[in-house]
Ligand binder design. Sequence first.
Ligand SMILES: [Zn+2]
Length: 322
Amino acid sequence: MITELQKNFYRITSRMPYRLRHVHAYLLAQDKNLALFDTGLNTDSALAALESDLQSVGLDIQNIRQIYLTHVHTDHCSMAGLLQKMTGAKVFLSAPAFDEYQHYRKSDEAVAQARNFYASHGMTPAEIDAIIDEFEDIRAIITEFGADDILKDKQVCKFGSTQFQVISTPGHANGHICFFFPEEKFLLAGDHILPYIAPSLTPNIFDDNYQPLKTYLESLGKIENLGCAEIHPGHGNSLSSVDERIAEIRAHHEQRKNYFYGFLNSAPKTARDVAQEIFGEDLPDFEKFLALNETFVYLQELKAEGRISEEMENNVFVYTAF
Ligand SMILES: [Zn+2]
C-alpha cells in the first residue's frame, strides 16, 4: 500500500508474516528519480507489490536511484540487494550497520561470538542452537548488497533539490540512523521511535562494555534537540507529539529497569535466571532470546549505576543486588 504524505513524498507499507505485522518504507520522488528509505521485508510477493504500488502513483521501480537504510534488520533492509541488482541503485548506510550486515554474511565469526555471549549469560546449548537457527534464517532473507557510501553522523545528503541530514541513533540496533528533513521538519525514524511500543534494544555481542540503554537514551536526546515536528516511523502511525512520546519512552525504561531490579537480591543469578523468573519458562525460542536480551540490557544499566554487582562464576556472569 502506498500513501502520499506530502508532495513527492510517500509511505509504502508492506505486510509481514510476524511480530509487528507491517513495516513502512518511505520514498522521495524528484522528477522521475526515486530515493527509497528502507526497503520492507523480502518476501515472495514483496517485489511485485512494490512495483505495483509505485505504478499506481505513476512511478517506475527502475527509477530507484538511491536506497538509504536506517538499520539492517530484515524488515528494513532485506530487499536492498534485490533492488540494487535490478535498478543499479546506490545503497547507503552507517559503518556499524554495514559491519553488522557483514557479520550476517560471514556467519562463522558471529555465530562463535553469539555462542560465547549467550552461554556466558546462562543460556543452554539447545537454546543457543535455536538462536543460531534464527540467525541462519535471517541470513537467508537479506539479499546481498554492496555499500556505495558510508553515512556519517550529521552528514547532509542531497537528492534532487531536497536536503536531509543523517542522525546517528544507536540503541535499537548498533548502527541505527535516522534521516531529518530540516525544511519539512520531519524525521524518518526507522525503529528509533515507535508510536505504540518502546523499540527493543540489542546487546552488542562484540563489546562487553557497550551499554544499550544508556546509548539509546543519548540517541533519544539527539531527537529532542532537532526541532522535529513530525516523526514517520518504521511501524505504526506517524506522530507529531514528539517530545511527549520521547518522555513516555524514557519513563517506560526507568520503570522497567526498576522492575527488573526488584528480582535481584543477595543470591547470585544469571541473566537467564532473571529472564526466566520474569517471563516464565514456556516461551518460544525466539521470545526467550528477546527476553534474555531485554534482561541483559537492564542488568547492564543497573551494573553501571552501581546498584548490582557482576561476577564471573564457572564461566557464567552472575548478578547480585548490593
Ligand atoms: Zn529494527
